[in-house]
Design a protein. Structure first.
Length: 492
């Protein structure tokens, strides 16, 4: 998510831990967005390193803090015209790396900044002591100088604050009813949706509420889901049949200039799962948008995201399309198109899904069954992420079930084998990715009994449905996991 809210967020905390202290937030004003050519590729040249595990060894040997710059094409950069002094600062006073959060979602999740572009500064051992989200470029150099001065002169104070922020975690099992109560508490009865002032599509939450309503006989859950869905469909977030990522306002009136393939796939599933004929027109429009805008029929590729070239202009303005092929977005839209083919008897949707499935196999999965997050580009993105493995396996298994083609079933089995070799202990199931665990549980829930019994998979299913402990109270962030437990977990 490109974060355009002009806010400086400095949090003293351990990466991945709950915040115990939050220093005062300094509100800053973002200047007007530059023209397209500068906006999409706003950063000047800087001596960024690349992410690898030697980063921490290097930082400790140099005794310099780590600077992680989370930035991606399509978001305004924080370094449009770096001065020689700023280049020297980045090169000599920090161990500096640039990370694209779309290509390395595992790192973005580890150093959660609440949006990007962002600067995350950590001690040499990786413990975060400051974050700055979308600050004006003119403020970047003095901000980094202040941080480095504090690191050199007040390190004991920084370390003490980081340690205080790392108080013992309170672990508790996932409580499905607690997730529902968190959704109900955050529900906006006036405008639909949840929270604010920025409002997101919250498709995981809405799908959880529909499942919860059916499983628990809770009519209010269904009412919240449908009211929110109706509000989105009636709002400017609906754009040319597709959907923008979020709104800057609670009433959905200020849509962001971003469209993500994961959102389109989730909205298609959601519209179909309501079982309401009144959404048929929206389903047709969404299929038309995806095939006409995101799908490259010549290559069999679903493009992963788009950013409006000029966010201040009307919807007729050109959009920049990310050229990368993302395995998770390819797999998600394959599954959504198969769901549409099943629900609507849409043969064209099935053909698109099968073409995209062949591309998923040939471009995104290596000969060991490892999924490359950025397909055809192992050097750029993550590999073997739990969510990617489970999502690709689900898409391929469903393609095999639909078509009867052995190549899809064989590829799914290979992907599952690699996933099991990489995540062979419950503790290794990527504790920062509730979505990944939910997809893994869904995968095992969907596999046939014969496949599920192979290679100790019954034990893995039992471990997954044992409701793993969380380090914080259940909330709607955990809705994808709670939904998976309702559908594929222990009997109610």
């Amino acid at each position: 998510m490109c974060q355009f809210k002009a806010k400086l967020l400095a949090l003293l905390m351990l990466a991945g831990c709950a915040v115990t202290e939050e220093p005062p937030q300094e509100e800053v004003v973002r200047s007007e967005r530059p023209a397209l050519a500068e906006w999409q590729w706003a950063d000047g040249e800087l001596p960024w390193g690349t992410w690898d595990e030697s980063l921490f060894v290097h930082a400790q040997s140099e005794d310099n803090p780590i600077l992680v710059y989370l930035a991606t094409p399509g978001c305004e950069g924080l370094f449009p015209a770096p001065t020689p002094a700023l280049r020297q600062l980045v090169a000599e006073k920090f161990i500096s790396v640039q990370v694209d959060p779309f290509k390395r979602p595992d790192i973005a999740r580890r150093y959660d900044s609440g949006g990007w572009p962002a600067l995350v500064v950590a001690l040499p051992d990786g413990r975060v002591f400051a974050r700055a989200v979308d600050i004006p470029p003119a403020n970047v150099e003095p901000y980094l100088r202040r941080l480095h001065t504090s690191y050199e002169e007040k390190r004991e104070v920084i370390v003490a604050k980081v340690q205080r922020a790392a108080r013992p975690k309170v672990e508790k099992p996932v409580a499905i009813d607690a997730v529902y109560r968190a959704c109900a508490a955050a529900f906006d009865s006036a405008h639909g949706g949840f929270g604010g002032p920025t409002k997101f599509l919250e498709t995981s939450t809405l799908r959880f509420l529909l499942t919860y309503a059916e499983a628990r006989g809770a009519a209010p859950a269904r009412q919240m889901a449908l009211a929110s869905l109706d509000a989105v469909l009636a709002s400017p977030l609906g754009d040319s049949g597709g959907f923008r990522a979020y709104s800057y306002t609670p009433d959905w009136s200020a849509p962001a200039g971003e469209r993500d393939a994961l959102d389109q796939a989730a909205m298609l599933h959601l519209l179909l799962e309501t079982g309401q004929s009144r959404y048929a027109e929206s389903v047709t429009a969404l299929l038309g948008f995806v095939e006409g805008t995101l799908f490259d029929s010549a290559e069999g590729v679903f493009r992963g995201r788009q950013v409006m070239a000029d966010p201040s202009a009307s919807s007729g303005t050109a959009w920049w399309t990310d050229p990368a092929l993302y395995a998770d977005r390819q797999a998600a839209l394959i599954r959504a198109y198969l769901a549409a083919a099943t629900a609507l008897g849409d043969e064209r949707a099935a053909q698109v899904a099968m073409q995209a499935g062949d591309v998923l196999i040939s471009h995104c999965i290596d000969d060991r069954g490892r999924v490359q997050h950025v397909c055809d580009s192992e050097a750029e993105g993550s590999t073997g992420l739990l969510g990617d493995q489970a999502l690709a396996a689900l898409a391929l298994w469903e393609l095999g079930q639909w078509s009867g083609e052995a190549r899809f079933a064989a590829a799914a089995e290979q992907v599952v084998r690699f996933m099991e070799q990489s995540y062979d202990r419950p503790a290794a199931l990527d504790p920062l990715s509730h979505r990944g665990k939910a997809l893994a549980l869904q995968l095992y829930g969907r596999l046939s009994a014969e496949l599920k019994s192979k290679q100790g998979r019954a034990e893995r299913v039992a471990a997954l449905v044992a409701e793993p402990l969380l380090a914080q109270a259940s909330d709607r962030v955990h809705s994808s996991w709670a939904r998976a437990l309702l559908l594929y977990g222990p009997p109610l």
